[in-house]
Write a protein that binds this ligand. Structure first.
Ligand code: B16
Ligand code: MG
Length: 213
């Protein structure tokens, strides 16, 4: 029996990766090196500080912790300027129909995101009311593939992990779902998300009827 669906945010409900990319690239350029879209792939689903470490590694730059915090903060301020301009038409296609299907079936909806900006993004998209529970980067101490973010979601909803389906676009997120004993639907390419129970390209035409969990 499935009682709840837990959604990753970036890459599943909305494409914020493009704004993260602009903000990280401008930081890299200020530090004197380039940062490509391919490099940006490595930051998906990864925490802010870990993302900065990867970026600095790409540029071959070493900095002390205080400077790193300042740079992460600077990148975030730039990023937030972009997300504050987001509107509900940036919700990825098919997502709202699927949320409505879940509501009709009495299946609970939770968010399980690494982002500390998740609430701002949900508000911008006018999706806050759909969620029965929100767990984001401000609530967890262990990053995906640790299952903490999803287990907290299940706990808040009062359901057991085996009754939950996680929707994820990042490999570390799929692993987190498996580590938490949850089912997982990968959103994206089977090459990257092969460990998920099923992989679909997106939510257009997607329905619970396609799952035999
Ligand atoms: P922030 P998700 C993740 O969100 C993003 O995929 C990742 O690229 C980002 O670095 C991370 O959130 C932290 O975001 O800087 O806003 O706290 O995919 O777990 O929803
Ligand atoms: Mg994601």
């Amino acid at each position: 029996k499935i009682s709840a669906c837990i959604f990753d945010l970036d890459g599943v409900v909305v494409d914020t990766a493009k704004y993260h990319y602009i903000a990280w690239k401008s930081l890299a350029n200020e530090l004197g090196f380039d940062f490509t879209e391919e490099d940006n792939e490595r930051l998906k689903g990864v925490s802010r500080m870990r993302s900065l470490d990867i970026l600095l590694e790409i540029g071959g730059v070493e900095l002390d912790d205080k400077t790193k915090l300042e740079l992460a903060d600077k990148k975030n301020k730039n990023y937030v300027e972009y997300i504050l301009k987001m509107t509900p038409d940036e919700i990825l296609p098919g997502v709202k129909d699927f949320f409505n299907e879940l509501k009709e079936q009495g299946i609970k909806i939770a968010l399980g995101s690494a982002s500390k900006n998740a609430m701002t993004i949900l508000n911008q998209l006018e999706l806050t009311d759909y969620f029965d529970a929100v767990v984001d980067g401000t609530h967890v101490s262990n990053a995906k593939p640790d299952p903490e973010v999803f287990l907290k979601g299940a706990e808040l909803l009062g359901v057991s992990p085996s009754e939950c389906i996680v929707f994820e676009d990042a490999e570390a997120g799929v692993e987190a779902a498996i580590n938490g004993n949850m089912k997982c639907v990968g959103i994206g390419s089977p090459d990257v998300l092969g460990k998920a129970n099923i992989v679909v390209p997106g939510f257009v035409g997607f329905s619970m009827a396609q799952l035999n969990f």
